[in-house]
Design a protein around this ligand. Structure first.
Ligand code: NAP
Length: 248
């Protein structure tokens, strides 16, 4: 029996990168999967098919996590298909890096809405279901730069720091109902998001990491599995850094 057998997880931004790795790891452990991404494209369709072939029920919904009404709609639709939601992984995220001097209002608003407002939107949308079930695990994908800050990422760092404040608050508000809320703060993880950086910047990052390498999406997914499952039944309000000791 898998660690998540009988549970249903909702993962945002799931068609590639860390979200996809989490979907695959959760499926290996028996979870049914409600997946969202901006578009239901080939990438999304292929993942949906692969997960269903693994013997779990998986469905991908096109949805913009930054839009409040869309989050309500997708959870309503998903509940008709799945009946319950035990785990929420707020994973959708973007970067629009620039020094503050050059950062536009649009770049600020977009990153705050996609990375931070989405967490409010989806958590609000699943809260009633988790309260009725009297259990739940909410996992927010923050970042080490939400803890440390990073030049050129005022919008992104602020959004990821905001997620940590939100995580701790929800853990306090909903703890008495057996709903846990934790954040993962990945360091430098090799995905399409980090592939956009130049070879030089990637080398520089790796040099700064005591473990001398970037992490894999699977290494983040394993921590998400721990937080989603009963292995972490008394862990709430925490930020787990998955960064090869980059930030200690
Ligand atoms: P990624 O490869 O760029 O994947 C992000 C996913 O989110 C994509 O599937 C994307 O959809 C989706 N998405 C974007 N905007 C969305 C929206 N408004 N609504 C729904 N889905 C949306 O990123 P990643 O590297 O896997 O990162 C996943 C999370 O980890 C992010 O929150 C990121 O900030 C965080 N993180 C990553 C790293 C790292 O080193 N990679 C480090 C720290 C934290 P499309 O395919 O349609 O664009």
């Amino acid at each position: 029996m898998g660690l998540l057998t009988g549970k249903t997880a909702l993962i945002t931004g799931a068609s590639r990168g860390i979200g996809k790795a989490i979907a695959e790891k959760f499926a290996e452990e028996g979870a049914n999967l409600i997946l969202t991404d901006l578009f239901y494209d080939d990438q999304a369709k292929n993942l949906e098919e692969k997960l269903n072939q693994m013997g779990v029920k998986a469905k991908m919904y096109a949805s913009d996590a930054s839009k409040f009404a869309d989050a309500q709609r997708v959870v309503e639709e998903a509940l008709k298909d799945f009946e319950r939601i035990d785990i929420l992984v707020n994973n959708a995220g973007i970067t629009r890096d620039n020094l503050l001097m050059r950062m536009t209002e649009e770049q600020w608003d977009l990153v705050i809405n996609v990375n931070l407002k989405s967490v409010f939107n989806l958590t609000k949308a699943v809260q009633g279901t988790m309260l009725r079930q009297r259990s739940g695990s909410i996992i927010n994908m923050s970042s080490v730069v939400g803890v440390s800050g990073n030049a050129g990422q005022a919008n992104y760092s602020a959004s990821k720091a905001g997620m940590i404040g939100f995580t701790k608050t929800i853990a306090r508000e909903l703890g008495s109902r057996n709903i846990r809320c934790n954040a993962i703060a990945p360091g430098f993880i090799l995905t399409e998001m980090t592939e956009k950086l130049s070879e030089e910047v990637r080398k520089e990052w790796a040099e700064k990491i005591p473990m001398k390498r970037g992490g894999s999406t699977e290494e983040v997914a394993k921590v998400a599995l721990f937080l989603a499952s009963d292995l972490s039944s008394y862990v709430s309000g925490q930020v787990i850094q998955v960064c090869g000791a980059m930030l200690t």
